[in-house]
Design a protein around this ligand. Structure first.
Ligand SMILES: Cc1cc2nc3c(=O)[nH]c(=O)nc-3n(C[C@H](O)[C@H](O)[C@H](O)COP(=O)(O)OP(=O)(O)OC[C@H]3O[C@@H](n4cnc5c(N)ncnc54)[C@H](O)[C@@H]3O)c2cc1C
Length: 514
């Protein structure tokens, strides 16, 4: 084994989460970043419920929530520079109630979020190495040799078991692998601003689907400010050196605010691309290095974190000789399919919302509010919307690691949450390890096998609430370390469970509390 089992390139949300997934499982890794310190730009503002569920597994979701602002309601407005009005308000609580312990969107700027993760990493003995730039690598039989340029010291050659490119959209790892990154760039120019408003601090989220302009407003707890994100009106988008004053007259009336102080203003363009491969040999691509898309829907950072969580436990299991290396082959099919569908969905939604002319105007002013209205009027629609936006719907039905169906839950589904009114079935996920769940009775043979293999078995009393989640009474669910169901066995089939474990040579620890 090389002295560095895993080299994580990049210390954005994806790299930090991957390092955390490894370090919390006692896998040593190095995390390098070419930056000279933690990021200063807030970029991603929304932490979705699925990301909070992962943080719940680490035991720090409540801490993250305290530092952000729970956006309880989204207000949809429409109109233009001559004035606007609210057409709809959506309660996140109603949308997600019962589906997740976190039925809301959390406004938590990316820079605060990254600093939080850096501290959590430090607590488990892993420090980010700043001013350390990867310039290339070559793969040998059992390792990769990576070249790192440090600002203050000579060039270093590092032998690593695996290299993980969490190095953003211009990824050096992806370029070294010569993996294609097809897609394009939107014409529209975005603005982002941190401002104070006359009405004081607002905790809600505002979306304006106006004439020619799309704008959003979020709360930022750490600065007591509001974050404004939106499209620069087309007639200004080619002007050099834009300032907030150039767009003030358009933005204030559509969000019905008066900006009293501007602390930061910037503009940027958005790309939409998915890498052709997420893995080649001992190299993996994670987060923006493998997929980028419009920020509409607040999915980008959360998807990168989902990649990191997915890969982290698999590398840890393989390096600790607890699974066959073929486990690593499941990373790409599980994550590339979701990235492709996300890019095409956000592309379609974004193109519709920012389109010019009569069609774009009609979509913004009529179709989008109508769709929001219909989707949120019925509980099924509200739940479907929450599942999609919160990323709790992500599942891996076609993965080689997914098998069987019991009730409405299939191998590859996220384990449904049974709620806090009964014994919380997410609580055991804090072990960050494999486990078996039964809801109702468990048969003796399964109990004996789990004991012999040191596979923790959790038996939950059957209840009406459990039934509502789609889980099946007396079925057996083998749950992965990231909270997805691997095997769903309606009959608690012993042979099926044994065969599944053997296929990936899965082994468990006598003491699984990591
Ligand atoms: C304005 C804006 C708003 C957004 N809003 C949202 C939102 O609301 N919700 C959401 O989910 N997403 C949002 N996104 C997207 C989100 O910011 C990105 O998806 C996220 O930053 C990706 O994280 P990452 O860790 O994969 O990459 P990055 O954050 O880009 O991190 C890359 C890291 O790699 C390092 N690096 C790069 N090259 C090298 C090298 N050669 N050697 C060593 N280190 C290197 C960098 O220094 C950095 O540490 C938004 C993006 C923008 C621009």
């Amino acid at each position: 084994m090389p002295s560095t089992p895993v080299l994580v390139v990049g210390a954005g949300p994806s790299g930090l989460n991957l390092a955390l997934a490894l370090a919390r499982r006692n896998v040593p890794c190095r995390v390098i970043s070419e930056a000279d310190g933690p990021g200063m730009e807030s970029r991603a503002m929304v932490v979705q419920a699925r990301t909070l569920e992962f943080y719940g597994q680490y035991g720090f979701a409540a801490e993250v929530i305290r530092q952000g602002v729970i956006a309880e309601t989204a207000h949809v407005r429409k109109g233009g520079p001559s004035g606007s009005r609210e057409v709809l308000s959506i309660s996140f609580e109603e949308m997600g109630a019962g589906l997740s312990p976190y039925p809301f969107a959390l406004a938590y700027p990316q820079d605060d979020h990254e600093r939080f993760l850096i501290n959590k990493l430090k607590e488990v003995g892993c420090e980010v190495e700043w001013n350390a730039k990867l310039t290339g690598f070559v793969e040998r039989e059992n390792a990769v040799t990576a070249t790192i340029e440090h600002k203050a010291s000579p060039i270093e050659e590092v032998e690593a078991g695996y290299i993980c490119g969490c190095d953003g959209a211009r990824s050096c790892v992806r370029e070294t692998l010569q993996v294609g990154f097809p897609g394009g760039t939107y014409d529209q120019l975005f603005f982002v601003a941190d401002v104070q408003i006359a009405a004081g601090f607002s905790r809600d989220l505002y979306i304006n689907l106006g004439e020619h302009i799309l704008s959003l407003m979020f709360p930022v707890r750490s600065s007591g400010m509001q974050r404004l994100i939106g499209l620069v009106p087309p007639e200004l988008s080619h002007r050099d050196k834009l300032s907030f004053e150039d767009i003030r007259a358009q933005v204030e009336p559509i969000l019905d605010i008066q900006v009293t102080q501007v602390n930061w203003f910037s503009t940027y363009r958005v790309h939409h691309r998915v890498a052709d491969k997420f893995r080649l040999g001992r190299a993996f691509l994670v987060g923006d290095a493998s997929h980028i898309h419009s920020p509409a829907g607040g999915q980008g950072m959360n998807t990168g974190i989902g990649d990191a969580v997915n890969l982290g436990w698999k590398i840890a299991n393989v390096l600790q000789n607890r699974a066959d290396t073929s486990l690593l082959d499941t990373y790409e099919p599980e994550r590339i399919g979701f990235a492709r569908s996300l890019v095409s969905t956000t592309d379609r939604a974004f193109t519709g919302l920012v389109g010019e002319g009569v069609v774009g105007d009609f979509t913004r002013r009529v179709i989008a509010p109508l769709m929001f209205g219909v989707a949120t009027r019925f509980s099924l629609g509200r739940h479907a919307m929450f599942r999609t936006i919160s990323q709790t719907r992500i599942h891996y039905p076609d993965s080689p690691l997914s098998l069987g169906v019991a009730g409405e839950v299939r191998g590859g589904d996220r384990l449904p949450w049974t709620g806090a009114s009964v014994k919380d079935n997410f609580e055991p996920l804090r072990s960050l390890d494999w486990q078996a769940h039964a809801y109702g009775e468990v048969n003796k043979n399964i109990e004996t096998l789990c004991r012999e293999l040191h596979l923790p078995l959790h038996v939950f009393a059957w209840s009406d609430r459990t039934k509502e989640t789609g889980l099946q009474r007396d079925a057996l669910y083998l749950v992965r370390p990231d909270g997805y169901v691997a095997l769903a066995s309606a009959e608690q089939n012993l042979g099926e469970l044994k065969a599944f474990l053997e296929r990936f040579n899965l082994r468990f620890c006598a003491n699984s509390a990591l």
